[in-house]
Design a protein around this ligand. Structure first.
Ligand code: UDP
Ligand code: MN
Length: 359
């Protein structure tokens, strides 16, 4: 073979090998990105970060392991395995009248009109005297509608974790001053079945330490405790969006960590939102376990999965909207146009004689 032809053949072989390498490399890269896209599209359990938008600063050192479940199991079976407390049989420990309960509703100026109206039209009048709204602006109209039960916390009106902790700190202090036996917190997108709430609390003594709520993650939250040599600590917390209740006895023990604004300092130290800070103080610092109350619901759950026949037994509900889809309870008493949150329909289910309910 002449030298020129040999060179040409060698050049072609080299070119071929190079293009093959490029193809293999590109294939691998595209494949991996596709797999990554597929991974992100796979539905995962809502995580605790989902409770708040991306604007919330969780701190880089926080980590949380989300295990995927391979087989169906009863809800919260994993909690029993992990040692968390589940709801004990509701024995009547002490008759808790609703007058013994301090109910705080966290809100913000931007939601006074949109979110508070369905609450004020439905469940709030049943517990008007003991319910307080914690907000971030002065609002004469809301003041008038709630008979003065509005507290301007002067906290910033944002969804940042420090603003949320600031409001929770005021909620806690106001409860302590109220002298009530139970502190129950709810968000402004919660419907509360007040009769069931009273029944639940009757099963527990406010003189004992109780932290009643609903977890939103499947495993305890793990964080590096910067206050203690970066030790790894893990604890459960009741997600704020489902509501939670704390007995006075426990609230008193929280005082060294929570009163007079100290709650905010703990939140700043661990750099986590209000409900997580609550879990850290109660579970980690005070070693009181979260008692899981299945009947509390946040919008991290699919509301439509609550069976219509079980709706009246639930204690709290919520709603949310993702793009065009509403996450609401499956209940068709009033039209979606009239009742997009379904809170009026829920109220009609529980109190059919209300004026806005169909006859
Ligand atoms: N919130 C607030 N300031 C804000 C946004 C929200 O105080 O700028 C309150 C809101 O009123 C609600 C709670 O924080 O009681 C949770 O907010 P939201 O339901 O909007 O978000 P989620 O955390 O449930 O996803
Ligand atoms: Mn919410």
């Amino acid at each position: 073979m002449p030298v020129a032809e040999m060179r040409e053949t060698r050049r072609r072989i080299l070119q071929g090998v190079c293009s093959l390498c490029v193809c293999v490399y590109l294939g691998a890269v595209i494949g991996r990105s596709a797999a990554r896209v597929a991974e992100t599209e796979v539905e995962r359990e809502p995580s605790w970060q989902d409770r708040a938008p991306m604007s919330v600063d969780y701190g880089e050192e926080t980590e949380q392991s989300l295990e995927t479940e391979t087989r169906p199991s009863p809800r919260f079976a994993y909690l029993v395995e992990a040692g968390a407390t589940t709801t004990p049989p509701p024995e009547l420990v002490e008759k808790t009248g609703l007058e013994d309960v301090f109910i705080s509703v966290k809100t913000s100026g931007q939601f006074h009109e949109s979110r508070l109206k369905p609450l004020l039209d439905t469940w709030v009048p049943h517990v008007q005297q003991q319910t307080w709204f914690f907000t971030d602006v002065d609002d004469a109209e809301l003041h008038q509608k709630t008979d003065g039960h509005v507290i301007n916390t002067n906290c910033s009106s944002s969804h940042r974790r420090d603003a949320l902790c600031c409001k929770m700190a005021v909620e806690y202090d106001t409860f302590m001053d109220s002298g009530k036996k139970w502190f129950c917190h709810f968000d402004d997108d919660n419907y509360v079945n007040t009769a069931r709430l009273a029944e639940l609390l009757s099963g527990y003594s406010p003189q004992e330490d109780w932290y009643l709520g609903k977890n939103s993650i499947r495993t305890p939250l793990q964080i590096m405790d910067r206050a203690h040599n970066g030790d790894r600590v893990s604890f459960w917390f009741g997600t704020g969006g489902a509501g939670f209740c704390i007995s006075r006895a426990l609230a008193l023990k929280m005082s060294p960590f929570a009163s007079g604004g100290r709650f905010m300092r703990v939140g700043d130290k661990i750099r986590l939102p209000d409900d997580v800070t609550m879990g850290y103080i109660i579970e980690h610092l005070l070693k009181t376990r979260l008692t899981v109350i299945d009947e509390f619901h946040s919008h991290l759950e699919q509301m439509k999965f609550i069976r219509p026949t079980e709706l009246d037994k639930q204690i709290s509900f919520s709603y949310s909207q993702y793009a065009d889809e509403m996450n609401v309870v499956d209940l068709d008493i009033l039209s979606e146009e009239k009742d997009p949150t379904r809170f009026y329909s829920l109220h009609c289910l529980l109190h059919p004689k209300k004026a806005f309910c169909p006859r």
